[in-house]
Design a protein. Sequence first.
Length: 399
Amino acid sequence: MKRCLGETDAAPGIDSRLTHAGRCPAANQGFVNTPLYRGSTVLAPTVDDLLGYRQPFVYGRLGSPTTVALQETLRSLDNSAGVVLCPSGLAAISTALMSCLTAGDHLLMTDAAYRPARTLCEGVLRRSGVETTYFDPLLSGEALRRLIRQETRAIYLEVPGSQSMEVSDIAAIVAVAREFNLLVIMDNTWATPLFFDAIGHGADLVVQAGTKYICGHSDVMIGMVSASPRALAQLQKYYREIGMCVSPDDAWLTLRGLRTLGVRLRQHQENALRIATWLATRPEVQCVWYPALEGDPGHSLWARDFTGASSLFSVVLQPASNKAVSAFLEGLRYFGLGYSWGGFESLVLPFDCTAYRSASSRKPVGPCVRFYIGLEDVNDLTADLEAGFVRFNAAWDAR
């Protein structure tokens, strides 16, 4: 029977890790997938085993073969020291932050972070005695150095920036963090481990909303935090102390979706490049914020650090009324109006991030729209958008 993929294998490629990591058919009666283990109580054979926690699994909250299979797969993809699983992406963000910050500490956070992460800083962290300073994601390493205080403990990155898609100079920021012995926390949901090796680029805690690309089917809420060796012990300690755990059903569904991440993400990228390139030619569009496009201001940094681009990007439309934007979006057939992304279906979302940014230099003039490009036929998506622009222009001309 085929053996399990182990640490002694010669550095398998990422597609091989996606396919084989975390699986051991020999331990599961030959079945290819790790079974779904539901349960709270785990029986011990002896009193010594029970009281000494000598079994691999002792209680449902502390893990099962299903959750361990997912953790091992993610650890392999992230090249990390270990992974904890959380019930949502935001829960993963809060777990990462709370594991390394305490009363009196100071956090530096990119101004382009996922908005609920910012709300967390202004709510839970502030009440816990942690102060947050937001910095322009395009800030130089030297300028960032001037924001560091004696009580600063961590720097939080999200690259590209949420909605506004700025590309930070990760290498420069990590260098500053190392100089002051600060932890680097990074949200890597956009790129996933396939397109960006966050641990390899110096991150200590890597957050992902597995709800999105990792699961890939719009039917699971889950998050995960990968840790470098110096951050793992404190992460695991905090995680156990607060009683965090995930549903075994969600872990199993995530494992199933994860196996096809490579082929899905490459198709998403191909579709997105075609749509973004087409949108950049439209007279209704001022600019496209997508680092994979050569004309994007962050393209050179993206090309230096990333190995690919996901299918989430934003556009700034020509100045228009809310009525024109609604006419454009509400009649779309293949683009659903909805939050989240990362599934097989295309989505679209109007946004205005200026109200909750305080340090960003990117200030759009005109309505902004975020596109998530799914796995539909690109010709169908293009035709759908073209019809939308007809409605946009008609509504704008009728003003």
